[in-house]
Design a protein around this ligand. Structure first.
Ligand code: ADP
Length: 610
């Protein structure tokens, strides 16, 4: 119930639409009912199912008050006079026109009310989707591990679609269907209290049955959405890693994994379909059974003259009763939809409620420039239990270049990730110009840093917009200047549309070296005082490597840099080189002093120069 209310909470800003909706829905229901009640006088008058003296009475007396009898009697009078003036055939045409007109109005009002509902639904969904996206993009990096990504995407697409159905169902449950049922039931009560009390028993039985079905449905709905999340995840992983899958002939393997998950999904959904699809035929069957019973029971009363109901009245009564079946059916369907929607809403809300691990303090220090140094004091770090970094002490002075070297898994990337606060230290402290990183306002801290990683992260957009990433107002000449510094201008000009060329998803239309240089141009464009480089020239051919290396050298000019070096030849001029092993700094100094030590660094240099 709490979740349901929260979904509806998103519709609150649109509350002014609800009275409009209610009015139009009510009018639609009324004109629909009118259609059927019009049939009664037609049958009575045209086909002479009413005794002449009764007709006489109806024509004379008009009951007072705003109720169906008043309208029925008005119709009788009108039709009688039309019949007397123009004859039976013309009356039939006259009645048909009235029915057609009333049907037109009823459908017009249905249309208007549905459009209002559509507007509310579209607005609510946009709000929910934006809210989940906004919150998710603010979450800490390790939230987005492989398995989570597919789940997050599934929540943002499939679960939100389920919520969409919930919103529609909720509006139906809260407004339209109950209103239809009340209007139609009132008509039935006015026509015959006896018969209507009898039909109420039917609704009670149906209510019990449907609520039982619905209870079982929700549990399955959660399983189903979770499985869908895993399916999206597998697809994401497989399509991103197509090259490797082909190289390793792993199609069979991934197909099997995919098949296993789709089998789970199929089973859950079949079980869900069994329950879900039960609601509607159950109510339909029960309903028709009641109609049949009514026909026998009411028909006998009329035939034996035991009721003051006319045959035409019984006829219309049964038609109106059958009209009630649809909203009742739709109500039961809506209630089961809502259950599925609530299961989805719970998954969506969990994501909306997820708190980022890295947050600003209550009154953070906004840092607009970098003046002095970044200091690591006794820093330790663990992602989970295992200690990854131990007792790191390091000072990166303004204008200097610090290089990190060491075997893979030594903790180099982890160490640099602590500087822009992608993660927070678990021991010790990092300070920037004497202020603890935790006290600095996160956006202002990150604005001081440019990051170029091993895999260039590019977006499906133009070259220009990838260079001026998140800078909508950037000037063209600045973008070109940045590209020139990054050795990228020439290849960009050779592209089909130059700076306006779309580079495809993740820059797939460019070579590895070109992608690297675009990433470097992006960092130049941002022009940050501090640079974090995960040097990746190893995957490039010699020509590309030279261009990229030159671009990096240009980028580093007049900045403070922390560089993860893969090619040791590139960092020989670094002010300090730190050799890392198993999360610790085991050697430090400049190139010459490290070589003089004849330790791990010398060994690494010798290995690379073979
Ligand atoms: P390097 O950059 O020197 O190759 P990393 O800093 O990437 O080393 O990794 C250091 C250790 O931390 C490795 O043992 C790696 O498995 C672990 N590690 C890296 N990222 C994560 C993560 N997000 N969660 C858990 N462990 C991680």
């Amino acid at each position: 119930m709490k979740t349901f209310r929260r979904v509806l909470g998103f519709a609150k800003p649109y509350h002014k639409h609800f009275p409009q909706y209610a009015v139009f829905a009510f009018l639609a229901i009324l004109f629909n009912l009118l259609n059927f009640t019009l049939l009664e006088p037609v049958f009575a008058i045209i086909f002479d199912t009413i005794k002449p003296e009764e007709l006489e009475k109806l024509a004379r007396e008009v009951p007072r008050g705003f109720n169906p009898e008043y309208f029925t009697s008005l119709f009788y009078q009108k039709f009688i006079s039309v019949k007397e003036t123009y004859g039976k055939g013309s009356t039939l045409i006259y009645v048909s026109i009235v029915i057609g007109f009333s049907a037109l109005l009823s459908n017009l009002f249905t249309y208007i009310s549905n459009v209002i509902m559509g507007v509310v639904r579209a607005n609510v969904i946009q709000k929910v989707r934006n809210k989940i996206f906004l919150n998710t993009t603010g979450l800490h990096l390790d939230f987005f591990s492989g398995e989570r990504k597919g789940d997050i995407m599934s929540r943002m697409t499939n679960d939100i679609q389920e919520i969409e159905i919930t919103v529609v169902s909720a509006i139906k449950v809260l407004f339209r269907e109950p209103m239809t049922i009340i209007v139609l039931l009132s008509y039935l009560f006015i026509t015959s209290v006896e018969l209507t009390l009898f039909t109420l028993v039917f609704f009670a039985i149906m209510g019990v049955l449907i609520s039982e079905i619905v209870k079982r449905l929700k549990k399955k709905a959660i399983l189903s959405q979770e499985s869908l999340g895993r399916i999206v995840n597998i697809m994401d992983e497989v399509f991103s890693g197509m090259r490797i899958i082909k190289a390793f002939n792993a199609r069979g393997y991934v197909n099997e994994t995919f098949n296993k998950e789709t089998t789970t999904y199929r089973k859950v959904n079949i079980s869900m379909a069994r329950k879900n699809e039960l609601a509607s035929p159950t109510s339909q069957f029960l309903g028709i059974s009641v109609v049949a019973t009514l026909l026998v029971y009411g028909g006998t009363l009329v035939l034996n003259g035991e009721s003051d109901m006319k045959a035409s009245e019984l006829f219309v009564y049964i038609i109106v009763f059958s009209q009630i079946l649809n909203p009742v059916k739709s109500l039961s369907q809506s209630i089961s939809n809502i259950q599925r929607g609530i299961a989805s809403a719970e998954r969506v809300f969990r994501l909306i409620d997820e708190q980022p691990k890295i947050q600003n303090q209550a009154t953070p220090v906004v840092k607009n420039d970098f003046k002095d140094a970044i200091e690591f004091k006794g820093v330790g770090f663990a992602y989970e239990k295992e200690q990854i970094l131990k007792d790191i002490n390091l000072t990166v002075e303004k204008g200097k270049t610090i290089a990190l070297v060491g075997s893979s898994g030594a903790g180099k990337s982890t160490l640099v990730d602590l500087v822009p606060r992608f993660y927070d230290v678990t021991e010790g402290q990092i300070k920037i110009d004497g202020v603890s990183l935790q006290a600095v306002e996160i956006d202002s801290l990150r604005a001081l840093m440019g990051i170029v990683t091993q895999e260039s992260i590019l977006f499906n957009d133009t070259v220009a917009r990838n260079i001026a990433f998140a800078m909508p107002g950037a000037k063209e000449e600045d973008i070109i200047a940045a590209a020139k510094i990054a050795n990228a201008h020439d290849f960009i000009m050779a592209l089909e549309d130059g700076y306006q060329t779309n580079i495809g998803e993740r820059g797939s239309k460019l070579s590895g070296g070109q992608r690297q240089r675009l990433s470097i141009a992006r960092a130049v464009m941002k022009n940050p005082p501090i640079l974090i480089l995960d040097e990746a020239t190893s995957a490039l051919d010699t020509e590309s490597e030279k261009l990229v290396q030159q671009a990096i050298t240009n980028l580093m000019k007049n900045r403070t840099s922390i560089v993860i070096a893969h090619r040791l030849s590139t960092i020989q001029h670094a002010d300090e080189i730190l050799v890392m092993q198993k999360g610790e700094i085991i050697e430090r100094g400049d190139h010459d002093s490290l070589m003089a030590m004849d330790g791990t660094y010398t060994r690494l240099i010798n290995m690379q120069s073979i």
